[in-house]
Design a protein around this ligand. Structure first.
Ligand SMILES: [Zn+2]
Length: 383
């Protein structure tokens, strides 16, 4: 059985004796008499680091032993020196202990059970069994940060079966033996196997970033400590950039964006009115015609061309075509109530270097040809 040194979350380096070292699919499986390396489990990833300078690739529990996967073989009986990747471990302990505090507070205030927990680069998510509102979540966050400012001790203990029956603690598992309890004085008591900080002050800021309703309860996304500071810095950079861009005070950017949106809606409305009046300039000119008709309306977009053609083909017993200039020639929309335009589209495109098509009564596309050639091909009257 490997002695677990991570009950004290502050042990960063240690000496230990090699008990076994066996060739595995990937490197060697190394077992020591004791270790500070935390193995995968309980929602937290295994510690990284080195043993005698050799990288530890993975750490897993096998029965009562802890197995380190390493690249090099070690002689049984050798005394080795282990060093865990402290920066990553400390970040994880800050987040993990912060999660205990939040869940402990949510349990005390609103009877929430913790139904899920996940740690990743995005932060921590924890699932609570009660659907909480904004105000309740704020209260939990304030109360959790109070636990940090009070800097209370975080202790680990292993009660025996009898003692366990007398203790009220949070747990996701129905274990009755070798239960490891983590107590955060006055805030939480929870069964957990992972390493934690020694005092709540080490957790630093606890920030609940987002919350969603999830399976009838609440899912929280949170960050603690260094990760929370990093997140705060990133958000400050965004706010400063938006504030500078809008020439608005940092605490007034939401209002500034709202007035920008209102202004844009007003301009969109005015633009629509201008487009319509420009189209009407062409539409009002239209007359009854038995010949093919061409309209050149450079202000019109595709929707505008369609609008003109919809009106024009009702007044024209032949083919009615509308064009607007683009970078290489003209966009077109052509309509007719009497001619099937699918066959016509092929001839039109091939004669005028174009592409496009559509339905029997309307086709759309573009041509790379001059105005005079288009009029000549259609043998059309220009209106
Ligand atoms: Zn824990």
């Amino acid at each position: 059985m490997t002695e677990r040194l991570y009950d004290n979350g502050h042990i960063k380096e240690f000496n230990a004796k090699v008990i076994a070292c066996n060739k595995a699919d990937k490197g060697y499986e190394l077992i020591l008499d004791k270790t500070a390396f935390f193995p995968n489990g309980g929602g937290q990833l295994a510690d990284g680091g080195t043993i005698n300078g050799i990288a530890v690739l993975d750490v897993n529990e096998k029965g009562t032993d802890i197995v380190h996967t390493v690249e090099k073989e070690f002689a049984v009986g050798l005394t080795v020196h282990g060093a865990i990747d402290w920066e990553t471990r400390f970040n994880r302990m800050q987040n993990h202990t912060g999660e205990h505090i939040v869940c402990g507070v949510a349990h005390r205030l609103y009877g929430c059970e913790n139904t899920g927990f996940h740690m990743g680069t995005f932060g921590i998510t924890c699932d609570l069994s009660v659907l909480l509102n904004e105000e309740q979540i704020k209260e939990i966050e304030y109360e959790a940060n109070r636990a940090v400012f009070e800097n209370v001790p975080v202790t680990v203990f292993y009660p025996d079966k009898e003692e366990l029956n007398t203790i009220d603690y949070r747990s996701k598992l129905d274990l009755t033996e070798n239960v490891r309890l983590v107590r955060i004085e006055g805030y939480d008591l929870c069964a957990c196997c992972a390493p934690h900080v020694l005092n709540t002050g080490e957790v630093g800021l606890i920030k609940i970033l987002e919350h969603y309703s999830h399976r009838g309860g609440t899912r929280l996304l949170m960050k603690c400590g260094w990760d929370a500071l990093e997140d705060y810095n990133e958000k400050c950079r965004s706010v400063a950039a938006v504030s500078a861009s809008l020439c608005a005070k940092q605490n007034e950017i939401a209002q500034a964006v709202e007035s920008l949106k209102t202004e844009k809606a007003k301009l969109d409305y005015e633009l629509e009115a201008i487009k319509l009046s420009q189209l009407n300039k062409y539409i009002n000119r239209l007359q009854l015609s038995e010949n093919n008709v061409c309209v050149f309306a450079d202000e019109a977009d595709s929707d505008g061309l369609r609008e003109i053609v919809n009106k024009g083909k009702e007044l024209c017993t032949a083919i009615f075509a509308a064009f607007s200039a683009d970078a290489t020639g003209y966009k077109y929309c052509i309509g007719s109530n009497s001619v099937d335009l699918r066959g016509f589209a092929k001839e039109f495109n091939s004669a005028l270097n174009g592409r496009g098509g559509g339905r029997p009564e309307m086709i759309q596309g573009s041509v790379a040809a001059e105005k005079e050639k288009i009029i000549a091909f259609l043998n059309a009257t220009e209106m």
